[in-house]
Design a protein around this ligand. Structure first.
Ligand SMILES: [Zn+2]
Ligand SMILES: [Zn+2]
Length: 272
């Protein structure tokens, strides 16, 4: 099965991106992708990422993609967007970012706890297990608030902490303790018409599974969720579209019949 959509990708406009917009587009064309979204970082943590930096990132990325679209014909549908991190902490800044440019897709993300710590920068091995479980509870409380805020199109990587706690630190996490909170999140996005992302980055990382995994995706389907978006979260060429064909097979097994992407912030589907 050929990969159909990859709607979460970072270019060199992101502080941690290592592939140009042109490389992303050329690679999408080479594998016969139908839909590509370029979604550079807009992380609202002014102490870590100064506002000028995220404005430059988003404007640079969106303007370059729009310029490319105006100047080239491509068999790939190329979409603009950005990944809006922690908007619940800075709602006014989030509105500023949303008003900055007209885009196709806005991804909504949480990477930090309410203590301001991002799992990405933590050495989870050297933190007490209770502290980590407390932080994951807090993470899901923050995702609930993110969904209540709701000014985005796709909810990204909802098992983000597991990438670091289970994957990198090898600490087992019983997800049963978060089940109620995850149900609230899934019901919330279904009600609001927000799509759930299946992020394939975990397949190439120590955790070895998609974010979220098959259990949560199955629960989402049981609850009536049908809007599903695939993203590789690539930051470099070799990770682009990684694992997407196998993920498409898994989604079909669960019962999904189509994938969702957004064009001018309106949902569109493509048959699986
Ligand atoms: Zn992210
Ligand atoms: Zn990302």
């Amino acid at each position: 099965m050929k990969p159909l959509i990859d709607c979460h990708n970072h270019s060199v406009h992101s502080f941690d991106g290592h592939q140009t917009v042109e490389t992303l587009i050329r690679n999408a064309e080479a594998i016969g992708l139908s839909v590509l979204a370029i979604t550079d970082h807009s992380d609202l943590s002014p102490e870590v990422y100064p506002k000028e930096q995220i404005v430059t990132t988003v404007c640079g990325s969106v303007d370059e993609v729009k310029r490319w679209r105006a100047e080239h014909d491509s068999p790939v549908k190329i979409l603009t967007g950005f990944e809006l991190g922690e908007p619940i902490d800075y709602p006014e800044l989030a509105e500023e970012m949303l008003a900055l440019r007209e885009v196709d897709m806005v991804l909504g993300s949480i990477h930090e706890g309410s203590n301001g710590r991002d799992f990405y920068y933590m050495d989870c091995k050297n933190e007490p297990v209770e502290y980590l479980m407390g932080m994951i509870h807090d993470y899901y409380d923050r995702l609930i608030r993110l969904v209540e805020w709701g000014r985005f199109d796709v909810l990204t990587h909802i098992t983000y902490p597991l990438r670091y706690v289970m994957g990198d630190a090898g600490i087992p996490v019983d997800m049963e303790q978060f089940r109620e909170k995850i149900d609230t999140i899934l019901k919330g996005i279904i009600e609001k018409g927000i799509s759930l992302e299946i992020n394939t980055s975990g397949l190439r990382q120590k955790i070895g599974q998609t974010l979220p995994g098959k259990d949560i995706l199955t629960r989402y389907y049981e609850l009536g969720g049908r809007m599903i978006t695939i993203g590789s979260d690539s930051h470099r060429e070799e990770h682009f579209a990684y694992g997407i064909p196998e993920v498409q097979e898994m989604l079909k097994e669960i019962g999904f019949t189509e994938l969702t992407y957004f064009e001018e912030r309106k949902p569109k589907t493509i048959a699986l």
